[in-house]
Design a binder for this molecule. Structure first.
Ligand code: OGA
Ligand code: MN
Length: 287
C-alpha cells in the first residue's frame, strides 16, 4: 500500500448476515493487484462490499467497476431499467430528480435483470446525494435463505425452473400479479426460465433465486400449486435475519453480488433529493 495513504486499507466484516465495509481505498486511483484479489474474495464470502468516502468522475467510476468485470449489456429486445429502444445507458442515473428512473417509492426485494437470458453478475451503486431520512437500501443473503429451508422443501424445489416476467414490458399502471395464473393472457415477450435453486458460478453455493413481488411462474407445475409454493418461499425470504439495512452516506459505493442477493429500497419523502449512479457488470446464464 502507498505509505502516504491517510487511512490504511481495511476490509471489516459487518455484524450482519452479509456485507463488509472497505475503508482506506481511493477508487479514483489505480488499485494494486493483491487488493483487487482481496476484494473479489471478500465479495464471494460476504456478497456485498461497501466502499466509504469516494469521490469519482464517471470515467473513474467505470474504470474502478471494470476491475471486476465488463459492462452488462441487455439484448436489444429485452428492456431493463433505463432502457430506451435499443440502448441502455452505461452509467445509469438512480435518482428521483433530473430525469432519474427510480422515484421515491418503496422498491420490493429483487435481483436485477432476473428476466433476461444472462442477468448481471453485480452492480456498483455510488451515492452523490442522500436524503436525511428514508431511502435506505437493504440487501438479503439468498444463500442463507436457501440453507435455512427445511429438507423437504429443498427436495421439492431442487429441479424446478422459474420464469420471471419482465416488469418493463408491463403497463406500469395495471394491477400487478405476483404469479401468472391466467394463461389466457398472451405472452408479450420471450421468457427465460432459470433454476429456482441457482448455483453461484464462483463460490458454488446454492441460492434461492426468487424475487419478492415480480410476476413469476414455475414451469410445468399446476398454477394453483405453483402459486402456493412461491408464496410460501416468499414468506420465508422476507425475514430480517437474512438482510442488512444500509443507511447511505455521500461517497458510499455499494458493490453487490447480484447472483447471491436481493435488494430492496425504502420509500422517502419526495421533498428530498436522492442521487446515485449505477454500473452493472455482465453475468452468465444461471445454472
Ligand atoms: C438498483 C436499485 C435501489 C436503491 O439500482 O438496481 O434497485 O436503493 N436501487 O436505489
Ligand atoms: Mn435493482
Amino acid at each position: 500500500m502507498p505509505t502516504l495513504a491517510l487511512t490504511e486499507f481495511k476490509i471489516t466484516h459487518l455484524n450482519a448476515p452479509l456485507g463488509s465495509e472497505v475503508t482506506g481505498l481511493d477508487a479514483s486511483q489505480a488499485v494494486a493487484p493483491e487488493v483487487i484479489l482481496e476484494l473479489k474474495q471478500a465479495l464471494r464470502d460476504r456478497h456485498i462490499l461497501i466502499f466509504k468516502n469516494q469521490n469519482l468522475t464517471d470515467e473513474q467510476f467505470l474504470n474502478f467497476a471494470f476491475y471486476f468485470g465488463s459492462l452488462f449489456v441487455p439484448p436489444d429486445d429485452i428492456p431493463v431499467l433505463a432502457s430506451e429502444p435499443g440502448v441502455t445507458p452505461v452509467v445509469i442515473p438512480i435518482s428521483n430528480v433530473d430525469g432519474g428512473y427510480t422515484g421515491t417509492r418503496e422498491i420490493a426485494f429483487h435481483a436485477d435483470h432476473h428476466w433476461t437470458p444472462y442477468p448481471s453478475s453485480g452492480s456498483l451503486l455510488y451515492a452523490l446525494e442522500v436524503p436525511p431520512e428514508g431511502g435506505d437500501t437493504y440487501w438479503l443473503n439468498l444463500n442463507l435463505a436457501y440453507e435455512t429451508l427445511d429438507e423437504s422443501t429443498k427436495q421439492r424445489i431442487a429441479d424446478l425452473k422459474l420464469i420471471t416476467y419482465n416488469p418493463f414490458l408491463r403497463d406500469p399502471n395495471a394491477p400487478r400479479s405476483k404469479y401468472r395464473l391466467d394463461k389466457s393472457i398472451p405472452l408479450i415477450s420471450p421468457v427465460f426460465p432459470h433454476p429456482l435453486v441457482r448455483t453461484h458460478p464462483e463460490s458454488g453455493k446454492k441460492i434461492l433465486y426468487l424475487g419478492i413481488s415480480t410476476e413469476v411462474e414455475i414451469v410445468g407445475v399446476d398454477p394453483q400449486e405453483g402459486a402456493e409454493l412461491i408464496e410460501q418461499l416468499r414468506e420465508h425470504l422476507n425475514q430480517p435475519r437474512f438482510y442488512y439495512q444500509h443507511k447511505w452516506s455521500v461517497g458510499d459505493i455499494v458493490y453487490w453480488d447480484n447472483q447471491a442477493t436481493l435488494h430492496y429500497r425504502q420509500a422517502f419523502a419526495p421533498k428530498y433529493r436522492r442521487v446515485m449512479k449505477r454500473v452493472s457488470l455482465a453475468g452468465s446464464r444461471p445454472f
